[in-house]
Write a protein that binds this ligand. Structure first.
Ligand SMILES: *[C@@H]1O[C@H](CO)[C@@H](O)[C@H](O)[C@H]1NC(C)=O
Ligand SMILES: *[C@@H]1O[C@H](CO)[C@@H](O)[C@H](O)[C@H]1NC(C)=O
Ligand SMILES: *[C@@H]1O[C@H](CO)[C@@H](O)[C@H](O)[C@H]1NC(C)=O
Ligand SMILES: *[C@@H]1O[C@H](CO)[C@@H](O)[C@H](O)[C@H]1NC(C)=O
Ligand SMILES: *[C@@H]1O[C@H](CO)[C@@H](O)[C@H](O)[C@H]1NC(C)=O
Ligand SMILES: *[C@@H]1O[C@H](CO)[C@@H](O)[C@H](O)[C@H]1NC(C)=O
Ligand SMILES: *[C@@H]1O[C@H](CO)[C@@H](O)[C@H](O)[C@H]1NC(C)=O
Ligand SMILES: *[C@@H]1O[C@H](CO)[C@@H](O)[C@H](O)[C@H]1NC(C)=O
Length: 533
């Protein structure tokens, strides 16, 4: 039996702050709005972190408004398939890894700190545990992975030169080309390897991605912390840690957390903000922290009044919202190698066509679960999201039968995938930097518009696309506001009050501008593993 799946259902895990009743606030006839100092829009990592940072500075008069019935944002799970006892597995639909953990004595990724504190079960993703396939079955082309790695050592330095000498950005494709990675478009194996090394992380192709900021982002996470990625398999859900953090400053049934509440409009002035919900109720606040995803901002899902200024609109339009789609299948047996984590498929005709398969049936994950999931990104995501489950499953089964020609591949007993591009509270998965942008253009994405502040993975110059990016940016926005409200600025790195913004954008960025004020407080010139510049 197939479990058909068209909308995301959020399944509550262990929830220390029990939830349930519809929020009671304001007045449905909106004759009066509920009043607060800070309205935090969104209860994902940035929103909850912002609330904690405010609490830390004794600003406790805030309201957190969340579309869904649970906190976590794009760190969301559901149940899938079942084990031998008939109990379902919990799988992560969105954020799934802690990326870049930290080294002994070096800085530690805050998400890793929380994962340890809240005992989040996770397993090291061993990228060398990989078998390679094409349309004729198993075909060993792992030497291409080594070739790509060799060119990485070269192109990351070239990107560093562009940054320090304030040269013009170019595409990741041009960076690869200059480092002698020049696969023919007919070389399916090389295309699959390139997808695995680049698109799988950024959700965009090298042709679409910024070279200098692609490498800067990679450096800051994987050289500053560590090159390890650990996949979360916790059956309580990855968001357990964020609920734990929320529980440190919210009471059970805290009336400051408004779940199942949909924002439709944000009216702002130089002095305050009015947030209107789709049921007509409203909140009046001194400040708002809008943690909506770049996808939500790009879709104009919320009406800003007055309309956002041109410098802000341009920055919203410039950055890319990627989509990352995991397609889960459970079988009655594990017909793939149970000791391998990854299976790479090179489609002979189509780059990015179900290239990466990840086994959860492997030791360290859920052995014996017979669950494997494929991943697609970008245009392939839009394509599979637009077609029926049956059409997508038929494609997946055809690929599996090509990969394993000697196996009688059975029909799956469960199948499911999320449709991120149409989720009205996310419209996509995470952001990426396009070719030829600048730090100043990104600073405009970060910057406040009067009393509306913005935070999320997309506002992080250092860690865009990552959970830890959302954490640092939620903290930053809240500390800037707390500094104004309490007249005590504790945000030592980049100050309090308004963000720097650029009403006129010039060509490129001088090296000295790579500083905390523009969102880069840490140098990307980290030498791997030493933690030193
Ligand atoms: C509630 O507020 C909205 C926008 O602020 C307005 O359009 C609407 O007419 C108001 N409804 C009532 C019943 O006053
Ligand atoms: C709040 O304070 C605690 C205790 O000092 C600290 O661990 C935590 O990181 C702070 N939270 C934020 C978001 O700054
Ligand atoms: C995590 O596990 C340790 C050791 O088992 C335990 O002492 C601690 O209380 C646990 N923490 C949480 C938040 O469950
Ligand atoms: C695949 O080929 C590489 C050499 O290119 C070799 O080192 C590796 O052991 C081979 N893998 C398998 C599973 O045979
Ligand atoms: C990335 O790190 C490498 C290794 O430390 C360095 O050579 C390179 O210049 C850095 N590139 C950027 C853009 O920071
Ligand atoms: C929280 O609300 C739920 C549902 O309304 C209720 O059952 C529970 O007792 C409340 N918990 C506390 C601590 O007030
Ligand atoms: C697939 O692999 C086989 C070797 O197993 C090879 O002969 C064939 O050319 C490959 N297909 C493509 C499209 O490269
Ligand atoms: C799985 O199902 C297929 C039929 O679809 C059957 O041939 C096979 O024996 C089953 N495997 C196990 C381990 O039961």
């Amino acid at each position: 039996m197939l479990r058909s799946w068209s909308i995301l259902l959020v399944v509550a895990g262990v929830w220390p702050l029990s939830i349930g009743a519809a929020p009671t606030y304001g007045n449905k006839d909106n004759s009066t709005c509920r009043k607060t100092k800070v309205a935090i829009l969104g209860a994902g990592v940035a929103g909850i972190t912002a609330a904690q940072a405010l609490s830390n500075q004794s600003v406790t008069d805030f309201l957190i408004v969340e579309y869904n019935g649970d906190i976590g944002g794009r760190m969301v799970h559901t149940t899938f398939g079942e084990d031998a006892d008939g109990n379902p597995y919990t799988v992560e639909l969105g954020a799934n890894w802690v990326q870049g953990l930290g080294t002994e004595g070096g800085p530690e990724n805050p998400i890793w700190t929380f994962a340890k504190e809240y005992n989040i079960s996770n397993t090291y993703s061993d990228y060398s545990s990989i078998l390679t396939y094409n349309e004729t079955g198993y075909f060993n082309y792992t030497s291409l992975l080594t070739d790509f790695d060799d060119s990485w050592a070269e192109f990351e330095q070239a990107a560093g030169t562009i940054l320090t000498e304030n040269l013009q950005d170019r595409s990741m494709r041009a960076g690869l080309y200059q480092a002698d990675w020049r696969p023919s478009s007919l070389d399916a194996a090389a295309q699959a390897v390139e997808w695995w090394m680049w698109d799988w992380e950024t959700s965009y192709s090298p042709d679409e991605s910024s070279f200098v900021f692609g490498i800067t982002g990679y450096n800051l996470t994987f050289y500053q912390y560590s090159e390890e990625n650990n996949l979360v398999i916790d059956q309580r859900g990855f968001n357990t840690w964020l609920k734990g953090v929320a529980g440190t400053f919210l009471q059970p049934n805290d009336t400051r957390l408004l779940l199942n509440t949909i924002v439709s409009g944000i009216d702002y002035t130089k002095h305050d903000v009015k947030v209107t919900m789709d049921d007509g109720s409203c909140i009046e606040a001194d400040y708002a922290i809008c943690t909506f995803s770049l996808g939500v901002l790009q879709k104009d899902a919320v009406t800003f009044s007055p309309a956002l200024p041109e410098w802000k609109e341009t920055s919203i339009a410039t950055f890319q919202m990627g989509t990352y789609t995991k397609l889960f299948l459970q079988f009655n047996e594990t017909f793939w190698d149970p000791d391998t984590q990854f299976f790479l498929y090179a489609s002979p005709t189509r780059r990015g066509y179900y290239p990466v398969w990840q086994s959860l049936s492997t030791e360290g994950f859920h052995p014996g679960s017979n669950i494997i999931f494929a991943t697609v990104v970008g245009r392939e995501s839009y394509r599979v999201e637009a077609q029926s489950d049956e059409e997508t499953l038929a494609e997946l089964m055809e690929v599996l039968r090509e990969m394993f020609p000697d196996v009688d591949v059975p029909e799956p007993i469960a199948f499911m995938y999320p449709r991120w591009t149409t989720e009205p509270w996310s419209y996509g998965s995470y952001s990426n930097w396009p070719v030829g942008t600048t730090l100043e253009m990104h600073q405009n994405l970060r910057a406040n518009v009067q009393h509306v502040y913005f935070a999320g993975e997309h506002t992080s110059a250092e860690y865009f696309g990552f959970l830890h990016g959302a954490w640092f940016e939620g903290q930053e926005a809240a500390m800037r506001i707390a500094g104004m409200l309490t007249k005590n600025c504790e945000n030592v790195g980049s100050g309090c009050g308004e963000y720097l913004k650029y009403k006129v954008l010039h060509g490129t960025t001088e090296e000295a501008e790579y500083n905390a004020i523009n969102g880069i407080g840490v140098s990307p010139f980290y030498v791997a593993d030493s933690g030193k510049e």
